[in-house]
Design a protein around this ligand. Structure first.
Ligand code: FES
Length: 112
């Protein structure tokens, strides 16, 4: 398998709203939210809050974190974990941007 085959194109960069997210479906783990921070950093985490499963993709991004729209937990997008005083983590995924395209790793999409 070549390096390029290990990554799957999931979105164009411009299709991810600034300070928001685009959801990618079809992964074994569930829907994946791809976020764009104010500094244009891209993050990918499972679209499921570690508290009670709220849709993180509908939250607001601030810095490298997102506020869950359900009970306002703040989730660190760098590792998928809740910021203190809350506890718990959602799954994060490796993400790669090449020019204006966003890729996720094939092996991570295939595993629960
Ligand atoms: S479900 Fe996200 S804070 Fe409760």
């Amino acid at each position: 398998m070549t390096t390029s085959e290990q990554w799957i194109l999931v979105s164009k960069l411009q299709d991810i709203p600034l300070l928001g997210a685009r959801v990618v479906t079809g992964a074994a783990a569930g829907p994946i939210a791809i976020f764009k921070a104010a500094d244009d950093t891209i993050f990918a985490v499972l679209d499921r809050c570690p508290h009670k499963g709220g849709p993180l993709s509908q939250g607001i991004v601030h810095g490298h974190a997102v506020t869950c729209p359900i009970h306002a937990w703040n989730i660190n997008l760098e590792n998928g974990c809740a910021l203190e005083p809350d506890e718990g983590c959602t799954r994060r995924f490796d993400v790669k941007c090449v020019e204006d395209e966003v890729f996720l790793r094939r092996d991570q999409l295939a595993t629960l």
